[in-house]
Design a protein around this ligand. Structure first.
Ligand code: SF4
Length: 224
């Protein structure tokens, strides 16, 4: 292991002790990965609570995706309204469903899991409104393909710690983590970093005095 790999492993060990251990990492996937993809589209620019409320309303009204494809876009907009940006997200969802039906013959993307990792990423990011983070979330949570999604919390923490340079994009940081973390630790690392970003290393109030990464000299951030 090189120094960077050791450093990241030590950081992940500490976060694991603080938030979840390997056994306690929540099971966040869906039986049908297309559900995870639509959920992630709903999650853009909103919080988990509103995303989940919109997804529940959507599935209550349209339990199967075939039922949605024939409906008026207004009905779809109405059902996903809690997630915000309803007209844009509705258009995206309908476009994605149409492409999936054309490419796979049904409203399922389970077959994607049999392809190469790079091919899966390329396919998902070719869909309307699906960026690198959305693709990585669907890969990791729903297709069970190794990927390390990087959100705003993980970007902030990796920069503060000194693992990522200030000018690195979320996509660059994701590549850095995927190259230096064991794939079986991606899921735990992802959820624990987000938990740390919410509880201690937040954007508004950073609590270095109670952070184990400060005590163990694993973080280069200087705030005093
Ligand atoms: S020491 Fe401070 S900046 Fe570094 S990870 Fe902990 S809370 Fe964040």
């Amino acid at each position: 292991m090189n120094d960077l790999k050791v450093w990241i492993a030590l950081v992940l060990n500490e976060l694991e002790k603080l938030y979840h251990n390997e056994e306690r990492v929540p099971e966040l996937g869906h039986d049908e990965p297309l559900d995870g993809l639509i959920l992630t589209v709903l999650s853009q620019n909103t919080n988990d609570k509103n995303r989940d409320a919109a997804f529940k309303r959507l599935k209550d009204r349209f339990p199967v995706w075939d039922a949605l494809a024939d409906k008026n876009i207004r009905e779809l907009e109405d059902s996903i309204r809690p997630a915000g940006l309803a007209p844009t997200k509705s258009r995206r969802i309908l476009d994605i469903l149409e492409i999936i039906k054309q490419d796979f013959g049904s409203y399922s993307i389970k077959e994607l899991a049999n392809r190469d990792r790079s091919e899966i990423r390329k396919y998902l990011t070719s869909l309307p409104g699906v960026g690198a983070k959305t693709a990585s979330c669907v890969m990791m949570f729903d297709l069970k393909i190794p990927a390390f999604p990087v959100d705003t919390h993980i970007s902030r923490i990796t920069r503060r710690i000194g693992l990522a340079a200030a000018n690195m994009t979320a996509e660059n940081i994701s590549q850095l983590l995927e190259s230096n973390v064991e794939p079986e630790r991606y899921l735990g690392g992802h959820v624990n970093m987000i938990a740390h970003g919410r509880a201690i290393c937040s954007s508004r109030s950073v609590k270095c005095d109670i952070c184990p990464l400060r005590k163990l000299d694993l973080c280069k951030f200087k705030n005093n």
